[in-house]
Design a protein around this ligand. Structure first.
Ligand code: SAH
Length: 389
């Protein structure tokens, strides 16, 4: 049997003319039916699972939620399919997703409730509803295309009957048989029409709240996943960035982001509590999940620096002092610990004797110093340029 995911379908998906949420729903229904009938191909199942899973951590909350929910349902449908396909590669991910979905349900999340009650996901059936009433009345109603037109039952009944008698397809045609067997009856269709009125209202209220939120991302539940370790080991530098003296959360968050981007080995802050702060997160854009973050209080800095020195690190302060080397003349040792100074006080005098080097960025203007995150970014970039790029 040929996979329904042929070139044409794939091109359609890629061309992006179809909104993602519709793509998900269409493919979901096709695969659900195929699983139910035990005729789904492994490659079809995997194509949809991979598509959905590639969106479970995306930036748009509603798409992410839909991808999480549908991938979980597809996985479940395969579990009970008469012809169960191999799904071992998805088992762990689905466990994580189910954990996240439970959290969402517990929080009584409105968007999740709406998604579960969504007509196209909960009730619509891509085969049963392939009837004139649905095509000419139901769907246009749902998308509010016909809001001012009232279609009489008799009119619908006539269309249904006409199609019934005119439909003279080959009896061996697979589509024809499936359609005959599964579509709703005319009487059901008319009942359905009445019910559609209420659904229509729900859809409208859903449209009003196109939420874009930043919560319920499954990787919170993935702390024991081994990708983290593998990835960090392979592309980390030997640079440690110490921000324990920094007070302002936007600076701390921004430095976390820069550290992550350049593969810093460890990012050190005075308290791990900062990671939960909105201001921090606003600038870090989740970097703290990917860069190893350590906590060292300012009072412990002396001991920490001494320990790192004995582990082979050169301790470098970014600071303007009378003996500072200019950044453009400085060659960063591979194992470097970079210390940034406090926004107001700079690097305290009692730490300066511990430094192997003080390095400064030469300035020309009137203002005394650079912003500390800007400084860190220039230093980290220069380290990366010399040592890894
Ligand atoms: N000591 C500064 C204030 C500190 S600025 C003053 O009295 O004005 C905060 C931190 O940013 C400094 O401690 C240093 O780590 C870093 N910094 C700012 N400008 C710098 C520069 N031109 N060269 C090196 N580091 C700089």
């Amino acid at each position: 049997m040929e996979s329904f995911i042929n070139h044409e379908v794939q091109n359609q998906l890629k061309s992006n003319n179809i909104p993602l949420s519709s793509q998900f729903t269409i493919m979901y229904w096709i695969v659900i039916h195929k699983l139910k009938d035990g005729i789904c191909l492994q490659e079809e199942y995997e194509f949809l699972m991979d598509l959905l899973l590639s969106h479970i951590m995306g930036p748009v909350f509603s798409i992410r939620l839909q991808a999480q929910y549908l991938s979980s349902r597809i996985f479940e449908a395969n579990e009970i399919s008469v012809n169960k396909l191999d799904n071992s590669q998805y088992a762990y991910m689905i466990k994580v997703i189910n954990g996240t979905l439970q959290e969402i349900a517990k929080a009584d999340d409105k968007s999740f409730k709406r998604l579960k009650n969504d007509y196209f996901i909960g009730e619509f059936d891509i085969i049963e509803d392939l009837i004139p009433c649905e095509i000419y009345w139901g769907l246009p109603q749902l998308v509010a295309a016909l809001s001012n037109n009232i279609i009489e039952d008799d009119f619908l009944r006539n269309i249904l009957n006409e199609i019934e008698s005119n439909l003279n397809l080959d009896e061996n045609d697979k589509f024809h048989n499936e359609w005959k067997e599964k579509r709703r009856k005319t009487s059901d269709a008319l009942q359905f029409k009445a019910r559609n009125k209420t659904i229509n209202k729900e859809v409208e209220s859903l449209e009003e709240t196109g939420t874009i939120q930043k919560k319920y991302v499954p990787w919170k539940n993935m702390s024991d996943v081994d990708v983290y370790d593998n990835e960090t080991k392979s592309n980390k530098t030997e640079l440690i960035v110490v921000a324990s003296l920094i007070a302002k959360l936007p600076n701390l968050g921004g430095m976390a982001r820069t550290s992550e981007v350049f593969g810093v080995r460890a990012y050190v802050v005075d308290s791990l509590r900062h990671l939960q702060d909105k201001q921090f997160q606003g600038l870090s854009v989740s970097a703290e999940r990917w860069v190893p973050v350590e906590e060292v209080r300012p009072a412990q800095l002396k001991d920490y620096l001494t320990m790192k020195k004995s582990a082979g690190y050169s301790v470098v302060a970014a600071e303007q002092t009378s003996t500072s080397i200019k950044l453009q003349n400085f060659k960063f040792p591979n194992k470097t610990l970079l210390l940034l100074g406090n926004e107001k006080e700079g690097v305290p005098c009692d730490l300066l004797p511990l430094m192997d080097h003080c390095v400064e960025i030469p300035q020309q203007g009137v203002i005394r110093s650079l912003n500390v995150h800007v400084t860190a970014a220039i230093f980290i970039w220069e380290y990366a340029r010399q040592n890894m790029l």
